[in-house]
Design a protein around this ligand. Structure first.
Ligand code: MV4
Length: 589
């Protein structure tokens, strides 16, 4: 097995990987931005190297700094986590050329699955089909008329080189064809710089069902059951469960076998996920995620298989230690994502700041995968996932009851969290009856009464950061982090490394608008990604919290919201622009 692994990530997934390595006796190397000097993943790792910078682009996406940390640490392998470099074929190639193992799939597989048309064609070549439609581009409205005559309506028109649901148009009848083609092409061109479009039958109430895959370097590939991720909003998953309930075992097995065929067809190795749309007994290949996913623990709790351990083993060259017949799915698991966002009124406004209290739930069947502890800061510059609560139950009703109990026990203060929205979903009869589909959270669930107040107690306004007696402190020498034991008198006024300077940040008040004193009007991209839509123009009046543009990152759409009310003075981005985390996109006066 590897003796030292570098984790090129932060937050809960870095912590997750460090824990698996530790159990296997592997030394861990963390990397960190300036803001993360004291972060949990850094505290837990055996060694840590500074990347410099604050934004993701300056730190966790800084290839030179990461390659340098790999060289200096002597790590033999790199785990990319999810996001950042996890689906970047060039990064995988760069480290492989250094003789360092990439704990993920071969670069060629990442590339094949990198765009929708190429993934769809690769799946078809393996005998697995997407929603009935065309892999040829639409060249004339007659193509759509002919398709409608054969398959009926509605028809979905999708951007060939787009991601997620961006630019998808639903054609309800023949009369709407020309108009839908035009707007789909226009949006595709705007979002992705290319206007190729294709079509599929439109499924009205699909569920998002995915298959967890695991493949070794010796041609073995197995599936570890399914997950349902239909509780989403704007393509952001809120709750995931394993297995996908209410689907007969034969169909689930067929889906698993289809996923294995797709993986084998593209030479896949390591952990991956095939996504399908499921409706009325049929399933259709959508895309393949060539990384470990946020929701992987739901699978772990029902299969008893440690997916990160498996990733490390197959990356090292070991043969998969189990065959498909040895995979069992026991009971039901539910994962709840807890983000630092205020869900009041269904708005899900980011709520960065210091976590003043964090008491995760415990007890039978409860797992907490977190990236923070009390006292840690959720930065606006990174993904705001605080942690994931994953529960296991002997069946789905037991798991739902346990998830509600555990969420009610979870105490997080200082930042608003999505817990109230998560509870609203779990307590809803539609969720219990399993009648929800991918559109349910947005179309049916009423979050107007949801308030973040309970979880969002404001941080104390008094400065109370006077250091007490500290036994351990941290110094950074030439970019490498060292822990040093020292005695500090209470009155010495030592500035904590990584501590924020100046006045404590103003807290957002429960959905009532005003971003507080910290709002500068300079609206920054919260993470690295591509601008797919600009929603305001110079001179527009905006409210605090109003979306000003849509940013795509990690195949998800994220609203970038105004931090204060005012008038738009500058718009610095256009659709198609790539922005780094922290880049100013809009200026409000
Ligand atoms: C669809 C669809 C219905 N019919 N395709 C949106 C994200 C992208 N990956 C695929 N998406 C969809 N494609 C056809 N032919 C409905 C969706 C869809 C969806 C899919 C998965 C998870 C959440 C979704 C939310 C809205 C729409």
């Amino acid at each position: 097995m590897f003796s030292k692994v570098l984790i090129a990530n932060r937050g809960e997934i870095a912590v997750r990987v460090i824990r698996a390595c530790r159990e296997l006796g592997i030394k861990t190397v963390a990397v960190y931005s300036e803001l993360d000097r004291e972060a949990l993943h850094v505290r837990l790792a055996d060694e840590a190297y500074a990347l410099g910078g604050q934004t993701a682009a300056e730190s966790y996406l800084n290839t030179a700094a990461i390659l340098d940390a790999i060289t200096r640490s002597g790590a033999e392998a790199v785990h990319p986590g999810y996001g950042f470099f996890s689906e970047n074929a060039d990064f995988a190639r760069a480290i492989t050329e250094m003789g360092v193992a990439f704990i993920g799939p071969p670069p060629a597989a990442i590339e094949i699955m990198g765009d929708k048309i190429s993934a769809r064609k690769a799946a078809e070549a393996a005998g697995v089909f997407g929603v009935p439609g065309t892999t040829e581009f639409i060249t004339s409205p007659d193509d759509v008329v002919a398709f409608g005559a054969e398959h009926g309506y509605p028809i979905a028109i999708k951007a060939a080189y787009g991601g997620g649901g961006r630019g998808m148009k639903v054609v309800l009848d023949e009369a709407a064809i020309a108009e839908c083609i035009e707007s789909a092409q226009r949006e595709a061109k705007n979002y992705f710089g290319r206007d190729e479009i294709y079509m599929e039958r439109y499924l009205k109430k699909p569920r998002h069902v995915e298959v967890q895959l695991l493949a070794d370097q010796h041609g073995n590939c197995i599936y570890l059951g399914t997950r349902d991720c239909s509780a989403q909003r704007r393509h952001q998953k809120l709750i995931e469960e394993a297995p996908a309930a209410d689907i007969d075992p034969a169909t689930l097995a067929a889906m698993g076998e289809a996923a294995v065929k797709v993986a084998k067809g593209c030479g896949y190795v390591n952990a991956g996920t095939a996504e399908f749309l499921y409706e009325d007994g049929g399933f259709f290949f959508l895309e393949m995620n060539t990384r470990l996913q946020v929701e992987h623990p739901a699978t772990e709790l029902v299969t008893f298989i440690d997916l990160v351990e498996m990733q490390l083993r197959v990356a090292f060259g070991e043969v998969l230690p189990l065959t498909q017949d040895q995979v069992t799915v026991t009971g039901h698991a539910i994962e709840i994502r807890i983000n630092a966002e205020d869900p009041a009124g269904g708005k899900f406004l980011p709520s960065p700041g210091k976590i003043t209290k964090l008491r995760p739930a415990a007890g039978f069947g409860v797992r907490w995968d977190g990236g923070y502890e009390a006292g840690d800061e959720i930065s606006q510059y990174y993904d705001n996932l605080v942690g994931k609560l994953i529960v296991w139950g002997k069946d789905r009703p037991t798991a739902i009851a346990r998830a509600i109990r555990a969420l009610e026990e979870t105490e997080i203060e200082g930042v608003a969290t999505t817990i109230p929205a998560d509870l609203a979903i779990l307590r809803h009869p539609d969720f219990a009856a399993f009648t929800h589909s991918t559109k349910w959270v947005e179309d049916v669930l009423d979050l107007s009464g949801v308030s973040a107040a309970a979880g969002a107690a404001p941080a104390p306004t008094e400065e109370d950061t006077t250091p007490k007696i500290r036994r351990d402190t941290v110094v950074e020498v030439n970019g490498k982090r060292f822990s040093v034991s020292m005695w500090v008198p209470e009155s010495a006024g030592v500035v904590m490394a990584g501590g924020s300077s100046g006045a404590p940040r103003a807290k957002r008040s429960g959905g009532s608008g005003g971003g507080g004193g910290a709002a500068s009007g300079e609206v920054a991209a919260p993470m690295q990604g591509t601008i797919i839509k600009v929603l305001v123009a110079v001179g527009d009046a905006v409210e605090a919290g109003q979306a000003v543009c849509v940013l795509e990152a990690m195949k998800m759409e994220n609203n970038v919201t105004a931090d204060k009310a005012g008038t738009v003075k500058e718009v610095r981005v256009a659709p198609g622009d790539t922005v780094g985390s922290g880049d100013i996109v809009v200026v409000i006066e």
